[in-house]
Write a protein that binds this ligand. Structure first.
Ligand code: ADP
Ligand code: AMP
Length: 213
């Protein structure tokens, strides 16, 4: 299955992507994760990405389209299928993805669109914590790690500061609508109610994906 997962920052894309990958064995391609890995490794691309990410802006399309194209061309994708998370984020990226898929002889099977009330997102993002060792995402209140956890084993994302979150939400709300319309016109979009428990969101996604298979 070749899938996209869409939704505003904090909608729960990464959380649900981890469950989809575990249950449906597709390759997870998160542009945000790719940029964070490049930043941690201090590559030239990572340093460029950081200058945008720290301000809550989008990394330029040319750079983002390039890393996605390179990843989609790898051999495992044809066998396993993929779940793109955080891409496309501009209509230009959606058009570039159409081209890339055509060149590679691939097509999309579905778009999972997690819909949430934007008012809840600041709370979700300000409480987001990530396990340093595994990269697994939790929330201090809504999805705490099991048992008595050690805070030092977790970090908060630099761009989850309230000042940056506001800019990220504005940018993503402005850019997102035409992308969803682009895929709706192709009959690919499956809307998922994101204002419910993590397990209930996943149950709804599971129903959609089981029917797609
Ligand atoms: P995204 O990848 O869309 O930015 P995440 O999956 O990282 O979002 O989720 C953002 C934060 O909200 C995380 O701390 C996560 O644990 C929490 N979260 C995810 N889904 C839900 C949900 N359905 N209800 C409450 N909190 C959630
Ligand atoms: P995410 O982890 O998806 O929330 O992404 C974190 C940040 O990485 C975003 O706020 C952007 O600055 C950058 N980023 C991730 N994906 C993209 C994309 N498709 N296009 C441009 N910038 C992106």
């Amino acid at each position: 299955m070749n899938l996209l997962i869409m939704g505003l920052p904090g909608a729960g894309k990464g959380t649900q992507a981890a469950k989809i990958v575990e249950n449906f064995q597709v390759a997870h391609i998160s542009t945000g994760d790719m940029f964070r890995a490049a930043m941690a490794n201090q590559t030239e691309m990572g340093q460029l990405a950081k200058s945008y990410i720290d301000k809550g802006e989008l990394v330029p399309d040319q750079v983002t389209n390039g890393i996605v194209k390179e990843r989609l061309a790898q051999a495992d994708i044809r066998e396993a299928g993929f779940l793109l998370d955080g891409y496309p984020r501009t209509i230009e990226q959606a058009h570039a993805l159409d081209e890339t898929l055509k060149e590679l002889g691939l097509s999309l099977d579905g778009v999972i669109n997690i819909q949430v009330d934007p008012a809840c997102l600041l709370e979700r993002l300000s409480g987001r914590i990530i396990h340093k060792e595994t990269g697994e995402t939790f929330h201090k209140v809504f999805n705490p790690p099991a048992g008595d956890y050690n805070e030092a084993d977790y970090y908060q994302r630099e761009d989850d500061k309230p000042e940056t979150v506001k800019r990220r939400l504005d940018v993503n709300i402005a850019q997102g609508q035409p992308i969803i319309e682009h895929y709706r016109a192709q009959g690919l979009v499956h809307d998922i109610e994101g204002n419910q428990d993590i397990k209930d969101v996943f149950a709804a996604i599971q129903t959609v994906l089981t029917n797609l298979k």
